[in-house]
Design a protein around this ligand. Structure first.
Ligand SMILES: [Zn+2]
Length: 128
């Protein structure tokens, strides 16, 4: 089994790149609202498209639904906005910590995060 070491600097750089909306959605999951499916090719008779979009980060989720049963005919398809996906794998804990730091920073400074110096993160960690 190959072990890939990711430095804390790489993790921090990736976290810095993420927007507040992305950090929120990756912590709390998306906030879905329906969107018209008119941009989709019409499905076969007996099916319909279920299309939703996150009102925070604009990710879209599409699913083909069996009209009679409401079951999903295929898996969910996602389309994420540019910059949503990470090139460096981030853990749930790292995402939670990042969100907490941003919340704390906004509360303490009453200012958007990017206008002042960055909050300090914890010490270096290594993982597989
Ligand atoms: Zn979202």
């Amino acid at each position: 089994m190959t072990t890939i070491k990711i430095s804390q600097e790489e993790v921090n750089a990736e976290l810095d790149r993420l927007t507040d909306q992305t950090v929120l959605c990756r912590n709390l999951d998306h906030q879905w609202d329906e969107v018209p499916a008119s941009h989709m090719d019409p499905p076969e008779p007996g099916f319909y498209w279920e299309c939703v979009r996150c009102i925070r980060c604009t990710t879209t989720r599409t699913s083909l639904i069996v009209a009679d049963t409401g079951d999903r005919a295929k898996g969910l398809r996602y389309k994420w906005p540019e910059g949503y996906k990470s090139s460096v794998k981030l853990t749930k804990s790292e995402m939670r910590r990042e969100w907490a730091l941003r919340q704390q920073y906004i509360t303490e400074t009453k200012a958007p995060r990017r206008t002042k110096k960055k909050p300090q993160r914890g010490s270096t960690t290594r993982r597989k």
